[in-house]
Design a protein around this ligand. Sequence first.
Ligand SMILES: Nc1ncnc2c1ncn2[C@@H]1O[C@H](COP(=O)(O)OP(=O)(O)OP(=O)(O)O)[C@@H](O)[C@H]1O
Length: 500
Amino acid sequence: MSAYDERASYDPRSMTRLSLLVELASTLAREIDLDAWLASAAHALASAMSAERASIWLVDAEEGDLVTRVAVLPEVPALRQRIGAGVVGTVARSAEVLRIDDASRDPRFDPSADRVTGFTTRSILAAPIREDASAPVRGVVQVLNASAGSFDAEDAAYLEVLGRELGRALAMTTLRPDDASGPGLVLRGPFNRIVGRGAAMEAVYERVGLAAQTDATVLLRGETGTGKTLLARAIHVNSPRRDGPFVTVDCTTLPPQLVESELFGHERGAFTGADRRVRGRVEMASGGTLFLDEIGDLPPEIQGKLLRFVQDRVFERVGGRETLRADVRLLCATHHDLERAVDEGRFRRDLYYRIRVLEIEVPRLASRGPDEIERLARHFADLYAKRHGRPEPRFEEDAIDVLRAHAWPGNVRELEHWIESALVLAPDGVIRRSRFPAQRGGAEPKREARDAVVLAPNQKLDDAMREYVRATVQALGGNRSEAARRLGVSRNTIARAMRG
Ligand SMILES: Nc1ncnc2c1ncn2[C@@H]1O[C@H](COP(=O)(O)OP(=O)(O)OP(=O)(O)O)[C@@H](O)[C@H]1O
């Protein structure tokens, strides 16, 4: 990436755009919640494109239409559009970028979505989502209302590249039959890449399968990085609520004063800065599942309000008088010793009993045995070799020995990071023990480590940057100096990208 960003600070717009490509590439491999990933991609995209809205539509092959996976507006359920009709339908069929400056005058624009959302579409830019020109169109990415009035050719070139990156990312999230395992549990959906068939996990799968059949509140327990979030998602996608939303709240990352409003929403004027009514996660999860991660960290003042919700499914928005109801299934996770927290008065006993209707204890990685560790290592090796454009991965023999013997205090997440870094450092795809981090063993790693991005040369990303530079030059009629100025990079950088 370095070749492209040497003078990038000159132009904040291209910086944002480049960093969005980086972000897409580095976050997807770890994200199993496709909707959450697409939502953050759309959000970042709207801001990078200086647009009012961004939406991502995916082809629903069964229905023969396109469906929004990212709610355009939180209040509105998924929108659908027939392939061939409307702007996104046209793009899905033609597989070509479409730019419209004034929607009201364009016959391809279908105003029915605006009627549902209450939004007024003016300018539109839409690009197909597919990894390359020979691949099938997987969806359409669309941005609406350029702050400059209309989108330009450079915007179009960028969105086209981004559509390809999204296509690559989606192509990688396809389930391989080998990954879904566990007796009695058929994992639905392509986004639950759960690996493991050892005896230790069998009990877990059995409970996950049973939990999925009911609406019972579940408490997933286990050390950090053992896969609690992944399993919560599996319960949701295997449950009758699978077509409803799966909404996560991480109780550790929120400052206590915001937790209540995050969970239950707030009314306009509820506190300084609350200039409009905001729905909480509970409302967003209506009809689906709410996953409360690290419930042990929930501030005491909110525990009572949560208890009321758990018991009666009723709540009030912050600053609101109206009592509201939400049809939500609750899943909770914790790595804390909740019994101790109850004894020490940090966690309400009544809430504790309410949330542990069904408990699932997720075992530490080391206790699942060396074969399971190796299986996971090989799974991550395949995954990240594809992601980073490495050849078919191979393990040096003693690298496998080290992995099988390590204590894995950070569990599956730690193993995943080891394999990813080793592969990034191995253009030949050979995973060597010398590339593993110095092994300290012992203490549980800090939770923050989960978001660490491995910064290293990333071939795919370089390709994407190169395509972006080329597309920009092309959009500017071959004018390299102008492209260099717009992208905030040197002419040499442009020349290198055109050669590379
Ligand atoms: N059995 C598995 N198969 C494939 N990937 C797994 C498995 N278990 C965990 N992972 C991966 O390991 C990482 C950590 O898993 P996850 O986030 O679900 O752990 P967690 O227990 O929720 O951690 P924390 O308590 O820190 O939130 C994720 O990238 C997840 O996809």
